[in-house]
Design a protein around this ligand. Structure first.
Ligand SMILES: *Cc1c(COP(=O)(O)O)cnc(C)c1O
Length: 425
């Protein structure tokens, strides 16, 4: 867990959440509650679109960051397609109105059923991660009498300089294939007549705060694209993945969309095909907060604990990645400062949002917001400890809409049954 020097957190609620009465919203809809700001979502996707304006580039939003249908619909209205990693995400993207042609399918383990579904609906492109997957897509496409469009996911073997658990572009990671292996696929591509292999893909990691690893990986991709073209293999698409980091902590500096676009433009200068980008976190993280109430303040012998009604099952990132999330008290900023370990009620020591965090003194019932909860929060949620999934709301100015209602205990338990129907498999 993060070791922090005690200090009063300078974190403030983003202005976009100040327009709606969060106290009234929490009173009406209960807590924990995910709140997404439509203006912030629009602003991000427009900023990225504008930054990419000089390029023949498309945005393929990584659905796993936040797959809520209303969020997807909003991003689709702004022109984004989707990067999906499962058949479930494919269905979500289609239901949200995204065109199948604007969907790319990534992931190291696609099942036959998922591949068949993707071919049936006509997705834009498969990002292939292994020889076995290439063979499977060939077999399934041939059986259907169609052709799959595909890119090879290259593992460029660069250090993304991020947390080990979200680093994906080193040779020892499970993702992608080496340039040498990809080269052998292109050289033998007649072996897979039902796969149109004409794209390159990479995704080196997540929460990248520096563009240097991106530049390094792009340079390797660009050199390979040029080599392939020189060898007579036309490359129609280069997908540079996602990974752009966001500001989780006051004072942190996330990369700028224009600098990112400039890095892409520079590395791929002269490329005549389509460029795809697959941001997830960058589009949605800062557009979401997790509203939660203080259950109680517990003065321990060694430390003071602030126990919230949100827990690791609602926001796993601190437990999983030692991630920092700014936390603010809603309402006036007065009162003396106290150093707390901010925790949830789940029976795990890892159910800790922050260690040694200095906040204004909080009392039971007080409303708090955990910032940066628009990405990898609800989408990673579970019902551990039999805690029903929280509701999700979208706010726009002074208004809000419930975009996923709070799960009931009946819904949580649905599907379970007593062992009274014994059969032979
Ligand atoms: C997760 C993922 C992304 C999105 O990553 P972010 O860090 O959220 O931008 C993009 N592409 C692929 C293949 C992914 O697995």
């Amino acid at each position: 867990m993060e070791q922090e020097t005690p200090r009063t957190t300078g974190a403030v609620l983003p202005a976009t959440f100040g327009q709606v009465d969060l106290s009234a919203l929490a009173a009406r809809e209960g807590t924990p509650l995910y709140v997404y700001a439509a203006p912030a979502l629009r602003e991000r996707v427009r900023t990225l679109r504008n930054a990419l304006a000089g390029l023949d580039a498309g945005i393929r939003y990584a659905v796993k960051a936040n797959g809520n249908g209303a969020v997807l619909r909003l991003l689709a209205e702004e022109g984004a397609g989707a990067d999906i990693v499962s058949g479930g995400e494919l269905q979500r993207a289609l239901r949200a109105g995204m065109a199948a042609a604007d969907i790319v399918f990534s992931g190291v383990g696609k099942s036959d059923a998922e591949i068949a579904l993707a071919l049936e609906v006509g997705i834009g492109r498969f990002n292939i991660e292994s020889r076995a997957e290439l063979d499977a897509i060939q077999r399934i496409a041939a059986a259907r009498g169609g052709q799959a469009v595909a890119a090879v996911r290259i593992n460029p073997d660069v250090d993304a300089q991020t947390h080990a658990k979200i680093s994906t572009g080193k040779a020892e990671n499970k993702f992608g294939v080496s340039i040498a292996e990809a080269r052998s696929w292109f050289d033998a591509k007649a072996q897979w007549p039902n796969v149109r292999l004409d794209g390159l893909h990479m995704h080196i990691g997540s929460q990248l705060l520096s563009l240097e690893p991106v530049r390094e990986a792009l340079a390797r991709m660009a050199a390979f694209w040029k080599e392939l073209e020189a060898a007579g293999h036309a490359i129609a698409s280069i997908d540079v993945g996602g990974g752009l980091g966001v500001r989780y902590r006051e004072g942190e500096q996330a990369p700028d969309a224009r600098e990112y676009a400039a890095a892409i433009a520079q590395a791929l200068a002269g490329f005549g095909g389509r460029i795809l980008v697959e941001p997830g976190r960058w589009l949605v993280a800062e557009a979401g907060i997790l509203l939660t109430r203080v259950l109680l303040e517990k003065r321990g012998e060694a430390r003071d604990f602030l126990v919230l009604d949100a827990a690791m099952n609602d926001l796993l990132r601190p437990s999983l990645y030692d991630a920092w999330h700014d936390i603010v008290r809603i309402g006036d900023a007065g009162g003396d400062a106290v150093t707390y370990d901010v925790v949830g009620p789940v029976c795990e020591t890892g159910d800790t949002f922050a260690t040694g965090r200095t906040l204004p003194r909080c009392e039971a019932g007080e409303l708090m917001a955990i910032l940066g909860a628009g990405a990898y929060a609800a989408s990673m949620g579970s019902t551990y400890n039999s805690r029903p999934l929280p509701a999700e709301v979208l706010v726009d100015g002074e208004h809000y809409a419930v975009v996923r209602r709070r799960q009931s205990l009946e819904e949580l338990l649905a599907g379970e049954q007593p062992a009274n129907d014994w059969r032979r498999p």
